[in-house]
Write a protein that binds this ligand. Structure first.
Ligand code: 13P
Length: 244
């Protein structure tokens, strides 16, 4: 099923999140053949979970820590996320890699911890502008996949998001060829790990209601991870219902 995931990043108070949901639920209630999920901040998860009960919208966290419990000030465990009703977790977003020094080893531990706790994971990968300009895109994607997925045997709960760092929040969307090539490359790499698995590959980076149709029509694009354009319920609903 095609997947439409809103990453709200560090936006919205609980009140603002609930306002969004009130407006959003009726806009997408008839969508049955697509998977929809919202990733609010940790603080909103519980209330958003209550508000989404009985709807076709799933709950996603933006981050997780890999330990079960202990002296890790400020962190949240997979079990704690399960406890508030989280279905999905975004792991390895480029903003976490850049601002919080997350590397592939940490990301790998987080993926394993989610797997052990039955949480579905969206693993973000993608090259920076400098890496693309130096023709290192595929090398970087390969490294992120190999290191991120090391030692993982269960791929049922895994989704990959290709988010070229230079396309995130910049208004510069990757072109059709760039997306097509990257998704095909990722698909080929994933076969090494999980030959029989159909792991979904999402695209993320300046997705809007205006470019969604073009993006979704590209081969091996199984959905989108949307930042800025998901903050408004009408805009995000338009993205989900792009075919109508
Ligand atoms: P934008 O849609 O704002 O470019 O953000 C993409 C993103 O980082 C989603 O995780």
């Amino acid at each position: 099923m095609k997947f439409f995931l809103a990453n709200w990043k560090m936006h919205k108070t609980i009140g603002e999140a609930l306002e969004f949901i009130d407006e959003f639920i009726p806009l997408v209630k008839d969508v049955s053949n697509k998977e929809i999920a919202l990733a609010p901040t940790f603080l909103c998860l519980e209330k958003v979970h209550e508000a989404l009960k009985g709807t076709n919208i799933k709950l996603c966290a933006q981050n997780v820590f890999y330990e079960k419990q202990g002296a890790y000030t400020g962190e949240i465990s997979p079990l704690m996320l399960k406890d508030v009703g989280v279905d999905y977790v975004i792991v390895g977003h480029s903003e976490r890699r850049k601002y919080f020094q997350e590397n592939d080893e940490i990301i790998n531990k987080k993926i394993k911890a989610c797997n052990e706790n039955g949480l579905k994971v969206i693993i973000c990968i993608g090259e920076t502008l400098e890496e693309r300009q130096k023709n290192r895109t595929f090398e970087i994607l390969k490294k992120q996949i190999i290191r991120g997925l090391e030692g993982i045997s269960n791929f049922n709960n895994i989704t990959i998001a290709y988010e070229p760092v230079w396309a995130i929040g910049t208004g510069i969307v990757a072109n059709e060829l760039q997306i097509k090539e990257a998704h095909l490359f990722i698909k080929e790499q994933l076969k090494e790990f999980a030959p029989k698995n159909s792991i979904r590959i999402l695209y993320g980076g300046s997705v809007t209601a205006d470019n969604i149709k073009k993006i979704m029509n590209i081969e091996n694009v199984d959905g989108v991870l949307v930042g800025g354009a998901s903050l408004n319920p009408v805009n995000f609903a338009k993205i989900i219902k792009y075919e109508d």
